[in-house]
Design a protein around this ligand. Structure first.
Ligand SMILES: [Zn+2]
Length: 86
């Protein structure tokens, strides 16, 4: 992970935790097989992992604002901040 200039400052510790959580979630979803719900979630999880590597994780895809620590801890693959996610 080389980082980049765009991360929102959540720190490597928190990103490392999220990354581990996402990787184990990905394994669980792959093991679950091909249900549509699992496939959809798997796509979100994989995208979140790409965003961590790209340094854009934690930023809302809609408004570009920070998603927020509490929300990211609860939902590491969140793509939107709370107001945009509603
Ligand atoms: Zn937003």
């Amino acid at each position: 992970m080389s980082g980049g200039n765009h991360h929102v400052g959540y720190g490597t510790g928190m990103m490392g935790d999220a990354r581990r959580a996402l990787v184990s979630r990905r394994e669980a979803l792959r093991a679950q097989g091909a249900s549509e719900a699992a496939q959809l979630e798997l796509r979100d999880v994989e995208e979140a992992l790409l965003r961590i590597d790209a340094g854009t994780w934690g930023r809302c895809l809609k408004c570009g604002g920070a998603i927020g620590r509490d929300r990211l801890r609860a939902v590491p693959d969140a793509h939107f901040c709370l107001p945009c996610g509603r």
